[in-house]
Design a protein around this ligand. Structure first.
Ligand code: ZN
Length: 322
């Protein structure tokens, strides 16, 4: 079958045979790990997972076996040792419309423990390519690779079998179907998401509409609270009074959002947890300073920003910039 104009060059009926031709070819050859097995990475791993096994600390420490893949990872800068067949295989699947990928499963074996100071190399082979298989995500092919991790003395430390599904998303055109350009719609800026207003927080949003920043104070124990809730977390009382905040506070903490992008937001931008003078904290944008100049402890003051005809949100302006 000749490919239709604009369609990928791979005819759909030829695809399985072309894919299985990659079975047995290398995906990585004698690639050195980027770092030796080391204590800082082991410690970070254990802290992140809450793993307090004493085998991973002390003079006779071993690396957690499940860290095996960590020592093979290329990080953001990638791996120079990737072999061409694997990239070709993925490009072939991309060209056939299978542009999405999901990891499905992983099997590991640990013949020999790794210890701080061990240097590793690894070889990866394309073990199998099977399909097409239709899943709820879409139709695609399972690609299984098998990696052998060795220490510099040649001893096999572990094997890592990893399977991905490269697929054409169910809502996208089927593999090899020609792609038509969508009809262009007028460009409208996406609107910022609306807050969820319910009977527990409606008074807060009524306050915002009047340019007042309200928090709650428990009528029984006087504890201030935010976000708005129907009961007091300290004493359980359902009775409260609204209090208008003075509006000044400090940045208690913050993150800078780079990824993922959301419609109506232009990364990077800072999202701050602001502690008001009255002691409650709220999440908001900081204005008046670039995202990379926001700092913990920075003095801020509330102002009310209109984003469109029916959305006003409290934001906090850096005092130095006011
Ligand atoms: Zn209370």
């Amino acid at each position: 079958m000749a490919p239709a104009s604009g369609a990928p060059a791979v005819a759909v009926e030829d695809l399985p045979a072309r894919l299985t031709a990659y079975e047995g070819l290398p995906a990585a050859v004698a690639t050195p790990g980027k770092d030796p097995v080391n204590r800082p990475m082991i410690r970070h791993w254990c802290e992140a997972l809450g793993d307090t096994n004493p085998a991973y600390t002390g003079p006779d420490a071993v690396a957690p076996p499940t860290m095996l893949q960590v020592w093979t990872m290329g990080g953001l800068s990638g791996h120079p040792g990737r072999a061409a067949p694997f990239d070709e295989l993925l490009a072939l699947l991309d060209a056939a419309g299978c542009t999405s990928v999901v990891a499905t499963d992983c099997e590991q074996e640990y013949p020999r423990p790794l210890r701080p100071g061990d240097e590793i190399t690894f070889d990866t082979v394309i073990e199998s390519v099977t399909g097409p298989k239709t899943t709820r995500l879409g139709t695609g092919y399972f690609v299984t690779t098998r990696t052998e991790i060795r220490t510099t003395d040649g001893a096999l430390a572990g094997t890592h079998r990893f399977r991905i599904l490269k697929y054409a998303p169910a809502s996208a055109p089927a593999p090899t179907a020609p792609v038509r350009a969508p009809k262009l719609a007028p460009v409208t800026r996406p609107r910022r998401p609306r807050p969820v207003v319910n009977r527990d927080n409606a008074d807060f949003w009524d306050g915002v509409a009047r340019r007042e920043l309200l928090f709650q104070r428990c009528a029984a124990c006087a504890a201030p609270r935010f976000p708005w809730l129907p009961g007091c977390a300290d004493c359980g009382s359902p009775d409260w009074t609204p209090v208008a905040a003075r509006g000044d506070g400090t940045v208690h903490s913050y993150v800078v959002m780079h990824h993922p992008p959301f419609p109506a937001f232009d990364p990077p931008y800072a999202v701050a947890l602001v502690e008001l003078a009255e002691g409650v904290r709220m999440v908001a944008n900081v204005t008046g300073v670039p995202y990379d100049k926001v700092r913990i402890g920075m003095a801020v003051r509330v102002e009310f920003q209109a984003y469109d005809d029916d959305l006003v949100l409290p934001v906090f302006r850096a005092e130095a910039a006011a």
